[in-house]
Each structure stands twice: as structure tokens, then as C-alpha cells.
Design a protein around this ligand. Structure first.
Ligand code: SF4
Length: 63
């Protein structure tokens, strides 16, 4: 599955796990954000790992 969209819902508790898992895609400042201009298809596995690893399950993606 090629990932075309990644977003983060409210509720991030700032663990920084997503940034550690996929620093090319996520940046955590006040809350986690998705970086602009990223070709998500290059980081499919990392995005899925980050979404699965988020303890509050606020990371989502779609085709
Ligand atoms: S893994 Fe989840 S809770 Fe942790 S910083 Fe990323 S979005 Fe926030």
C-alpha cells in the first residue's frame, strides 16, 4: 500500500517515539507534526511502525 496521507489527531502526549522511528516524517515540538514535502511512499514501513508504536494511537495514514 502506498501511503498518500499522514495525519495526527489531537491527544499527542509527546513521547517522541514517532520522531525516533521516522525522523524524516515526524517532528515533535509542542505536539507531534507531519513534516511538509515528504514523499510518504519512501517511508511506508517507518510510518506504519510509528502509528503502531504511538501509545495513544493518534497517528493515522491512508492510501
Ligand atoms: S508517538 Fe504519538 S504520543 Fe508520541 S510524540 Fe508521536 S504522536 Fe505524540
Amino acid at each position: 500500500m502506498a501511503i498518500a496521507k499522514v495525519w495526527i489527531e489531537e491527544g499527542c502526549i509527546k513521547t517522541r517515539l514517532c520522531e525516533e522511528t521516522a525522523p524524516e516524517v515526524f517532528r515533535v515540538e509542542d505536539v507531534a507534526t507531519v513534516l511538509e514535502g515528504v514523499n510518504f511512499s519512501d517511508y511506508t514501513d517507518e510510518i506504519k511502525d510509528a502509528a503502531e508504536g504511538c501509545p495513544v494511537e493518534v497517528i493515522h495514514y491512508s492510501e
